[in-house]
Design a protein around this ligand. Structure first.
Ligand SMILES: Cc1cc2nc3c(=O)[nH]c(=O)nc-3n(C[C@H](O)[C@H](O)[C@H](O)COP(=O)(O)OP(=O)(O)OC[C@H]3O[C@@H](n4cnc5c(N)ncnc54)[C@H](O)[C@@H]3O)c2cc1C
Length: 341
């Protein structure tokens, strides 16, 4: 075997999980072979990329605030490294759906955890094109990641830095005692296959409970440019050029990338509930989130082989939680190697 085929890590799957993990490994001077075939229905390439630190229903922080800090810093840092601005910081306008919701939010602002995110309450309807009957609040910081550009720029970078195989990983060609795949050998392999973890013979026992989602791109021709993310039952993200992403639906019944009548009407109803002007639907896409029943990510090494790892279960907020979790995983992984090797 040539030295060129020897790697520190093989990473299978280059969605958000595999991409963030590989960047961490490369930043720690590891040589990584990434394998990904852009398989259908994968989550990251359809995700809206929303970064919202607040759990809207209960008005509590969705995660401890260091998740958000790590995410914003990491995407800015990786933007500099790859020479592209992936992160769009925008205020989020939370439209209340009832007086009760508004009262809950007003009560929560005095809680320590929420005053760092709720910047102000807007009591008048300043936005005439919105059905803003119960007024609204502004959340900051929030924003969205241009996930597709992030994956595409990273893909090129990984190919240059280590290696990239554009193919479906074939388990029959993997030797788990040597950690070799075809002619490639590595110290460790980490699986980041999103919802396809269910097809992985080493980790298919883990409690992944995938959730399909649909998102839409709409055009609002009459509206010049509304520069805030709107949230009320769905989110509406301003992309520029009169275009907006609207999402998302949640469906545990099927794991395909086909659009459903129910999903599309759900989104349309929610948009009509928010906007009181004409819009045009340009296209819709669907993908499957790697969600876990207890909402805890699936991260670590196999109990019978500590050279085979998994980094998965990023759930419905992968953009927000991925940077902190990938950082922690690599930190603990390398610590363990230093201690035991
Ligand atoms: C409709 C929708 C909207 C969403 N919106 C948001 C949002 O606004 N904000 C947010 O934070 N999160 C959002 N999410 C969730 C987010 O997309 C996920 O948390 C995240 O993308 C999961 O990334 P992943 O890498 O684990 O999985 P995936 O993105 O599914 O990536 C898995 C990768 O593994 C590859 N793969 C799998 N098996 C193999 C194999 N055998 N060989 C080679 N390659 C393989 C696939 O090709 C794929 O590229 C959304 C998800 C959906 C579906």
């Amino acid at each position: 075997m040539s030295l060129n085929n020897k790697y520190d890590y093989i990473v299978v799957g280059q969605g958000l999980a595999g991409t963030l993990l590989t960047h961490e490994l490369i930043d720690h001077d590891k040589k990584v072979l990434v394998i990904d075939a852009k398989l259908k229905a994968s989550a990251s390439r359809v995700a809206a990329g929303l970064i919202n630190p607040v759990s809207m229903k209960r008005c509590i922080p969705a995660f401890p605030d260091y998740y958000l800090k790590e995410a914003l810093n990491r995407y800015i840092e990786l933007g500099k490294k790859l020479n592209f601005n992936f992160l769009n910081l925008k205020s989020l306008l939370r439209l209340f759906d009832s007086d009760e919701t508004k009262a809950l939010w007003e009560e929560k602002v005095s809680d320590k955890g929420m005053d760092i995110y709720i910047k102000e309450f807007i009591n008048k309807n300043n936005f005439t094109f919105l059905n803003d009957h119960f007024s609204s609040a502004i959340i900051e910081p929030a924003g969205f990641l241009d996930v597709i550009s992030f994956l595409d720029y990273s893909r090129i970078y990984f190919a240059k830095k280590g290696g990239f195989l554009d193919e479906k990983f074939d388990f029959s060609l993997f030797n788990d005692s040597e950690i070799s795949y075809k002619d490639f050998k590595a110290d460790k392999i980490i699986f980041c296959e999103g919802f396809r973890l269910t097809e992985n013979p080493f980790f298919n026992y883990l409690p992944l409970a995938p959730t399909k989602g649909e998102v839409m791109t709409i055009k609002i021709p009459s509206k010049k440019y509304f520069d805030k993310i709107i949230s009320k039952g769905v989110y509406i993200l301003p992309l520029g050029n009169y275009l907006y992403t609207v999402g998302a639906t949640y469906n545990r019944e099927d794991v395909s990338d086909s659009l459903t009548v129910e999903g599309q009407s759900f989104l349309k109803e929610r948009i009509d509930n928010i906007l009181n002007l004409e819009y045009e639907i340009l296209n819709s896409v669907a993908g499957v989130r790697p969600t876990v029943r207890d909402r805890r990510p699936l991260i670590g090494y196999h109990p019978e082989n500590n050279r085979i790892g998994v980094f998965n279960g990023l759930g419905a907020r992968g953009v927000l939680v991925g940077p902190y979790l990938s950082n922690q995983f690599v930190f603990h992984s390398l610590e363990t190697i230093d201690r035991f090797d």
